[in-house]
Ligand binder design. Structure first.
Ligand code: PGA
Length: 252
């Protein structure tokens, strides 16, 4: 049985004071004995501080983005080894907001994926279609292309120990969640596609769902066979919501 994961993507929200208050509340409410991985993704400027506060191992820390480069004249960028140095365990790569707003293409995302693994961190590869692509019947084509970019550049073995996150762009921050059946269909498609290349990797791979996950819909999403947790944005900024989502994952 794959261990479920609940990841809280804070995006560009927070402050030292607000983060401290949220982490204190999470520390009190999230249970160490829950058999799931719980991770928060603060803005990069707060990563070191967050990691220092979370030393008991109940909540892990991850970055929202990373450079594809390892070091050098790349003003404004942060390398994977720097993220590891300040206590990160995970990094998102290819979040749709980075793909859309920062024009990150599949090739750059695939390079970032390898940079993260090279530094000994776990990449969470985000994939997902826009509403237009879904309505054109192209959902599977889009998510396959996004995953294939990594496989073609680094081999199927690169997916071992990594995490996928299916995040339909039309469901992110819109309050419009994919139905459990819609999520399951895409997760099963992705797992099935990977299975044709490596059955073990496909069985072990965790595929998170993201896009307006909240306390009220988490349990039904997590009840789906191929949904192995959630990548939670807005709802992860409320300790109470995040706690309930984690509890739903722990109860599966
Ligand atoms: P949301 O964001 O939960 O606010 O829709 C999810 C994400 O972008 O990771």
């Amino acid at each position: 049985m794959r261990r479920l994961m609940v990841a809280g993507n804070w995006k560009m929200h927070g402050s030292r004071a607000a983060n401290a208050a949220l982490l204190t509340e999470l520390d009190l409410t999230l249970k160490a004995e829950w058999p799931i991985d719980m991770v928060v993704f603060p803005p990069s400027v707060y990563l070191a501080d967050t990691a220092r506060r979370l030393t008991d191992g109940v909540i892990g820390v991850g970055a929202q983005d990373v450079s594809a480069e390892s070091a050098g004249a790349f003003t404004g960028q942060v390398s994977a080894s720097m993220l590891k140095d300040v206590g990160c365990l995970y990094t998102l790569v290819g979040h749709s907001e980075r793909r859309q707003l920062n024009r990150e293409d599949d090739a750059l995302v695939a390079r970032k994926f390898a940079a993260v693994q090279g530094a000994g961190l776990i990449p969470i590869l985000c994939v997902g279609e826009t509403l237009q692509e879904r309505e054109a019947g192209n959902t599977e084509g889009v998510v396959a292309r996004q995953v294939d970019a990594v496989i073609n550049m680094h081999g199927i073995g690169a997916l071992a120990g990594s995490v996928l996150a299916y995040e339909p762009v039309w469901a992110i921050g819109t309050g419009r969640t994919a139905s459990p059946e819609q999520a399951q269909a895409v997760h099963a498609f992705l797992r099935g596609r990977i299975r044709t290349q490596d059955a073990n990797i496909a069985t072990e791979l965790r595929i998170l769902y993201g896009g307006s996950v909240k306390a009220s819909n988490a349990a039904e999403l997590f009840s789906m066979t191929d949904v192995d947790g959630g990548l939670v944005g807005g709802a992860s900024l409320s300790a109470d919501e995040f706690q309930q989502i984690c509890a739903a994952a722990a109860a599966r």
